[in-house]
Design a protein around this ligand. Structure first.
Ligand SMILES: O=c1[nH]c(=O)c2ncn([C@@H]3O[C@H](COP(=O)(O)OP(=O)(O)OP(=O)(O)O)[C@@H](O)[C@H]3O)c2[nH]1
Ligand SMILES: [Mg+2]
Length: 198
Protein backbone atom coordinates (compact mmCIF):
# COMPACT_ATOMS: atom_id res chain seq x y z
CA UNK A 1 0.00 0.00 0.00
CA UNK A 2 2.34 2.74 -1.19
CA UNK A 3 -0.21 4.94 -2.90
CA UNK A 4 -3.89 5.39 -2.49
CA UNK A 5 -6.43 7.66 -4.09
CA UNK A 6 -9.28 8.99 -2.02
CA UNK A 7 -12.49 9.37 -3.99
CA UNK A 8 -13.82 12.55 -2.40
CA UNK A 9 -14.32 16.16 -3.34
CA UNK A 10 -14.70 17.23 0.30
CA UNK A 11 -11.60 19.09 1.56
CA UNK A 12 -12.69 18.84 5.21
CA UNK A 13 -12.76 15.05 4.98
CA UNK A 14 -9.45 15.03 3.09
CA UNK A 15 -7.64 16.90 5.90
CA UNK A 16 -8.86 14.40 8.50
CA UNK A 17 -8.07 11.43 6.25
CA UNK A 18 -4.45 12.60 5.75
CA UNK A 19 -4.01 13.03 9.49
CA UNK A 20 -5.46 9.57 10.28
CA UNK A 21 -3.88 7.48 7.49
CA UNK A 22 -0.70 9.46 6.83
CA UNK A 23 2.65 7.74 7.35
CA UNK A 24 6.05 8.03 5.72
CA UNK A 25 6.17 6.15 2.42
CA UNK A 26 2.45 6.39 1.73
CA UNK A 27 1.20 8.85 -0.87
CA UNK A 28 -2.41 9.88 -0.36
CA UNK A 29 -3.99 11.72 -3.26
CA UNK A 30 -7.48 13.15 -3.54
CA UNK A 31 -9.23 12.31 -6.79
CA UNK A 32 -8.57 15.88 -7.97
CA UNK A 33 -4.84 15.58 -7.20
CA UNK A 34 -4.80 12.30 -9.15
CA UNK A 35 -6.35 14.13 -12.11
CA UNK A 36 -9.48 12.01 -11.97
CA UNK A 37 -12.94 13.43 -12.58
CA UNK A 38 -15.60 11.27 -10.98
CA UNK A 39 -19.06 10.89 -12.46
CA UNK A 40 -20.36 8.99 -9.43
CA UNK A 41 -24.03 9.53 -8.75
CA UNK A 42 -24.70 8.99 -5.04
CA UNK A 43 -28.07 7.36 -5.63
CA UNK A 44 -27.74 4.59 -3.05
CA UNK A 45 -29.98 4.52 0.01
CA UNK A 46 -27.25 3.41 2.45
CA UNK A 47 -23.82 4.76 3.40
CA UNK A 48 -22.31 1.44 2.26
CA UNK A 49 -23.89 1.66 -1.20
CA UNK A 50 -22.81 5.27 -1.76
CA UNK A 51 -19.27 4.70 -0.50
CA UNK A 52 -18.90 1.79 -2.95
CA UNK A 53 -20.42 3.84 -5.81
CA UNK A 54 -17.82 6.60 -5.24
CA UNK A 55 -14.88 4.20 -4.85
CA UNK A 56 -15.81 2.16 -7.95
CA UNK A 57 -16.21 5.25 -10.15
CA UNK A 58 -12.62 6.31 -9.40
CA UNK A 59 -11.20 2.75 -9.38
CA UNK A 60 -12.44 2.35 -12.97
CA UNK A 61 -9.97 5.10 -13.93
CA UNK A 62 -6.81 3.97 -12.10
CA UNK A 63 -4.73 0.94 -11.13
CA UNK A 64 -4.16 2.31 -7.63
CA UNK A 65 -5.95 1.34 -4.41
CA UNK A 66 -9.04 3.56 -4.06
CA UNK A 67 -10.89 4.47 -0.87
CA UNK A 68 -14.10 6.48 -0.47
CA UNK A 69 -16.03 7.88 2.50
CA UNK A 70 -19.77 8.20 2.72
CA UNK A 71 -20.96 9.77 5.92
CA UNK A 72 -23.73 11.76 7.51
CA UNK A 73 -25.58 12.92 10.58
CA UNK A 74 -28.57 10.94 11.89
CA UNK A 75 -30.84 12.91 14.22
CA UNK A 76 -33.26 10.67 16.11
CA UNK A 77 -35.89 13.39 16.67
CA UNK A 78 -35.95 13.91 12.85
CA UNK A 79 -36.36 10.16 12.24
CA UNK A 80 -32.72 9.76 11.24
CA UNK A 81 -32.58 12.74 8.88
CA UNK A 82 -30.56 14.12 7.18
CA UNK A 83 -28.72 10.74 7.18
CA UNK A 84 -27.38 9.69 3.77
CA UNK A 85 -28.67 13.00 2.42
CA UNK A 86 -26.57 15.14 4.81
CA UNK A 87 -24.53 16.84 2.06
CA UNK A 88 -27.68 17.56 0.03
CA UNK A 89 -29.90 18.63 2.96
CA UNK A 90 -31.53 22.00 2.07
CA UNK A 91 -29.39 22.02 -1.11
CA UNK A 92 -25.71 21.14 -1.58
CA UNK A 93 -24.71 24.82 -1.89
CA UNK A 94 -26.59 26.09 1.15
CA UNK A 95 -24.07 27.30 3.77
CA UNK A 96 -23.84 25.19 6.93
CA UNK A 97 -24.58 28.24 9.09
CA UNK A 98 -28.07 28.13 7.56
CA UNK A 99 -28.45 24.33 7.65
CA UNK A 100 -27.32 24.23 11.28
CA UNK A 101 -29.69 27.04 12.29
CA UNK A 102 -32.56 25.19 10.58
CA UNK A 103 -31.83 22.07 12.63
CA UNK A 104 -31.60 24.12 15.85
CA UNK A 105 -35.00 25.66 14.97
CA UNK A 106 -36.55 22.25 14.25
CA UNK A 107 -35.36 21.06 17.66
CA UNK A 108 -36.33 24.22 19.57
CA UNK A 109 -37.80 23.28 22.95
CA UNK A 110 -36.90 19.59 22.57
CA UNK A 111 -35.39 18.29 25.84
CA UNK A 112 -31.83 16.98 25.96
CA UNK A 113 -32.78 13.29 26.22
CA UNK A 114 -34.62 13.56 22.88
CA UNK A 115 -31.78 15.37 21.07
CA UNK A 116 -29.71 12.23 20.48
CA UNK A 117 -27.81 11.96 17.19
CA UNK A 118 -24.84 10.22 15.65
CA UNK A 119 -22.34 10.74 12.91
CA UNK A 120 -21.90 7.66 10.73
CA UNK A 121 -19.05 6.97 8.32
CA UNK A 122 -18.57 4.07 5.94
CA UNK A 123 -15.22 3.68 4.23
CA UNK A 124 -15.15 1.59 1.04
CA UNK A 125 -12.01 0.19 -0.55
CA UNK A 126 -11.66 -1.10 -4.09
CA UNK A 127 -8.37 -2.95 -4.56
CA UNK A 128 -6.49 -3.06 -7.88
CA UNK A 129 -7.50 -6.75 -8.19
CA UNK A 130 -11.17 -5.83 -7.85
CA UNK A 131 -11.77 -6.98 -4.26
CA UNK A 132 -14.04 -4.69 -2.27
CA UNK A 133 -14.29 -4.03 1.48
CA UNK A 134 -16.27 -1.67 3.72
CA UNK A 135 -15.84 -0.61 7.35
CA UNK A 136 -18.11 1.54 9.51
CA UNK A 137 -17.63 3.92 12.40
CA UNK A 138 -20.08 5.93 14.50
CA UNK A 139 -19.96 8.55 17.24
CA UNK A 140 -22.94 9.19 19.50
CA UNK A 141 -23.78 12.70 20.66
CA UNK A 142 -26.57 15.22 21.05
CA UNK A 143 -27.67 18.22 19.03
CA UNK A 144 -26.77 21.29 21.07
CA UNK A 145 -28.82 24.44 21.69
CA UNK A 146 -26.50 26.72 19.72
CA UNK A 147 -23.61 26.53 17.21
CA UNK A 148 -20.20 26.45 18.85
CA UNK A 149 -16.63 26.20 17.56
CA UNK A 150 -14.72 26.84 14.36
CA UNK A 151 -13.01 23.49 13.74
CA UNK A 152 -14.08 20.55 11.63
CA UNK A 153 -16.68 21.16 8.94
CA UNK A 154 -20.38 20.78 8.18
CA UNK A 155 -22.58 20.01 11.18
CA UNK A 156 -19.72 19.89 13.69
CA UNK A 157 -20.71 23.15 15.49
CA UNK A 158 -24.10 21.70 16.57
CA UNK A 159 -22.92 18.14 17.41
CA UNK A 160 -22.00 17.83 21.08
CA UNK A 161 -19.99 14.96 22.52
CA UNK A 162 -21.05 14.33 26.13
CA UNK A 163 -17.62 13.12 27.33
CA UNK A 164 -15.91 16.28 26.02
CA UNK A 165 -18.68 18.73 27.05
CA UNK A 166 -18.26 20.56 23.76
CA UNK A 167 -19.06 20.35 20.06
CA UNK A 168 -16.87 18.45 17.60
CA UNK A 169 -16.04 21.86 16.10
CA UNK A 170 -14.43 22.80 19.44
CA UNK A 171 -12.13 19.78 19.47
CA UNK A 172 -8.65 19.84 17.99
CA UNK A 173 -8.41 17.75 14.83
CA UNK A 174 -6.38 15.21 16.79
CA UNK A 175 -9.12 14.90 19.45
CA UNK A 176 -11.88 14.68 16.84
CA UNK A 177 -10.03 11.98 14.88
CA UNK A 178 -9.53 9.93 18.03
CA UNK A 179 -13.25 9.61 18.71
CA UNK A 180 -14.95 10.34 15.39
CA UNK A 181 -16.94 8.13 13.05
CA UNK A 182 -14.28 8.76 10.37
CA UNK A 183 -11.36 7.98 12.66
CA UNK A 184 -12.95 4.69 13.74
CA UNK A 185 -13.93 3.61 10.21
CA UNK A 186 -10.52 4.51 8.75
CA UNK A 187 -8.57 2.72 11.48
CA UNK A 188 -10.76 -0.36 10.95
CA UNK A 189 -10.05 -0.17 7.20
CA UNK A 190 -6.32 0.07 7.91
CA UNK A 191 -6.58 -3.27 9.77
CA UNK A 192 -8.59 -4.89 6.96
CA UNK A 193 -6.06 -3.79 4.35
CA UNK A 194 -3.20 -5.08 6.50
CA UNK A 195 -4.93 -8.48 6.84
CA UNK A 196 -5.43 -8.88 3.10
CA UNK A 197 -1.91 -7.59 2.32
CA UNK A 198 -3.18 -4.64 0.30
O1 LIG B 1 -19.98 18.19 10.79
C1 LIG B 1 -19.68 17.19 10.18
N1 LIG B 1 -18.57 16.52 10.59
C2 LIG B 1 -18.18 15.37 10.05
O2 LIG B 1 -17.16 14.80 10.45
C3 LIG B 1 -18.99 14.89 8.99
N2 LIG B 1 -18.93 13.80 8.25
C4 LIG B 1 -19.95 13.88 7.40
N3 LIG B 1 -20.69 14.98 7.59
C5 LIG B 1 -21.89 15.42 6.86
O3 LIG B 1 -22.25 14.41 5.97
C6 LIG B 1 -21.97 14.81 4.62
C7 LIG B 1 -21.30 13.68 3.91
O4 LIG B 1 -21.86 13.48 2.64
P1 LIG B 1 -20.98 12.72 1.58
O5 LIG B 1 -20.41 11.50 2.22
O6 LIG B 1 -21.75 12.57 0.34
O7 LIG B 1 -19.74 13.70 1.37
P2 LIG B 1 -19.55 14.99 0.45
O8 LIG B 1 -20.65 15.07 -0.55
O9 LIG B 1 -19.36 16.15 1.35
O10 LIG B 1 -18.17 14.67 -0.27
P3 LIG B 1 -17.84 13.37 -1.21
O11 LIG B 1 -16.91 12.52 -0.40
O12 LIG B 1 -19.14 12.68 -1.50
O13 LIG B 1 -17.19 13.93 -2.42
C8 LIG B 1 -21.02 15.98 4.75
O14 LIG B 1 -21.04 16.82 3.61
C9 LIG B 1 -21.54 16.63 6.00
O15 LIG B 1 -22.74 17.30 5.73
C10 LIG B 1 -20.11 15.62 8.57
N4 LIG B 1 -20.43 16.78 9.16
MG1 LIG C 1 -21.22 13.40 -1.58
Amino acid sequence: MEKLIFATGNEGKMKEIREILGRPGLTILSQREAGIVSDAEENGTTFEANALIKARAVAAQTDALVLADDSGLEIDYLNGEPGVYSARYMGEDTPYTIKNQKILDLLAGVPEDKRTARFVCVIAAVLPDGREFTTKGTIEGIIGYESRGEGGFGYDPIFFVPEFHCSTAELTMEQKNEVSHRGKALRAMKEVLKEVNA
